[in-house]
Design a protein around this ligand. Structure first.
Ligand SMILES: O=C(O)CNC(=O)[C@H](CS)NC(=O)CCC(=O)C(=O)O
Length: 286
């Protein structure tokens, strides 16, 4: 078993190709949890839609369950059995009416208890150039709250996939909610991922001076959908410290997080003190 050095906190991020079969995806996740635990990771992050990817738009509404339902309970047991924290990004949570779900990022601790959950705020209603048209809002209700939560690897700022394109949310996670590690579980499209994925993630890490952990779906989910992959772990200076390239399908990548690097980057480049208050910009734009 690998042993992490004394100051560092070992984390893992998973890459997988989820399909429209809850049991098959659970078996994959279960294997990856065991791998991460034996590598000494304290937290394993899964990608958006880890437990289910439908074959057509809106399919996932039919598998939506509340957070205290049997599917999430199973994943909580995995955390408890391997004594590891889990980031379960993009769970199909039952919505407030039968035609909608919430795309919910759930944080489970090593005893299997749900510590926090965040509902995706920015929905992917996009006509992908050279790709297809997505309309996530047709079957998803957006969240309203920004969420950060303490964990053994620092204060986690929660988000999901398309949120990545809206930097003001990450500014709030860093400067109002004091996040140290940003989690961005994703299922990026092949086209947009190739153009934007790495550069957006590194930009978020640099401008917030946070670690970023971005677990990704990869490969073909049936014959309609294909995800970009390239799971990344990035440090607060913007350096990539862990990567699972797109050509590698299912697996985990492990990295050691050092929170003193967060402190030293922030101390040497004190953007928290140098940035202008929102009132300055309101006046400046008159
Ligand atoms: O619905 C599911 O099964 C899982 N969810 C997704 O695939 C979501 C909503 S359709 N995808 C994205 O947000 C892609 C973002 C993206 O690719 C970009 O910002 O470029």
């Amino acid at each position: 078993m690998a042993v992490a050095s004394p100051n560092s906190l070992r984390v893992a991020a998973a890459q997988m190709t989820s399909v429209s079969d809850l049991a098959a995806n659970f078996a994959t996740c279960s294997r990856l949890v065991k791998e991460a635990a034996s590598a000494g990771a304290k937290l394993l992050c899964f990608p958006e839609a880890f437990s289910y990817v439908g074959t057509k738009d809106g399919d996932s509404v039919s598998v939506a369950q509340p957070l205290d339902g049997p599917i999430m309970n199973q994943y909580c047991s995995l955390a408890r059995e391997s004594s590891i924290w889990l980031s379960l990004g993009g769970f199909q949570e039952k919505g407030s009416d039968p035609t909608h779900l919430c795309n919910t990022h759930v944080i489970v601790d090593e005893t299997g208890k749900i510590r926090s959950s965040y509902r995706k705020i920015h929905l992917f209603d996009v006509d992908v150039p050279g790709g297809r048209v997505y309309k996530e809002s047709k079957f998803t209700e957006p969240g309203k709250d920004i969420v950060a939560v303490d964990s053994p690897i620092g204060r986690l700022g929660l988000s999901v996939c398309y949120d990545l394109r809206f930097p003001e949310m990450y500014q709030l996670l860093r400067f109002q909610h004091e996040a140290q590690v940003l989690l961005v579980p994703s299922a990026f499209t092949k086209v947009t991922g190739a153009a934007h994925w790495e550069i957006l993630l590194r930009a978020r890490a640099i401008e917030t001076q946070c670690y970023v952990i971005a677990a990704a779906q990869t490969g073909k989910h049936g014959d309609k959908r294909e995800s970009y992959g390239d799971t990344l772990i990035i440090d607060p200076w913007g350096t990539i410290v862990g990567r699972l390239p797109d050509r590698l399908s299912t697996g985990i990548v492990v990295a050691d997080i050092d929170l003193s690097l967060v402190d030293s980057v922030r101390e040497k480049m004190p953007i928290d003190k140098q940035r202008m208050p929102i009132d300055f910009w309101k006046a400046a734009s008159l």
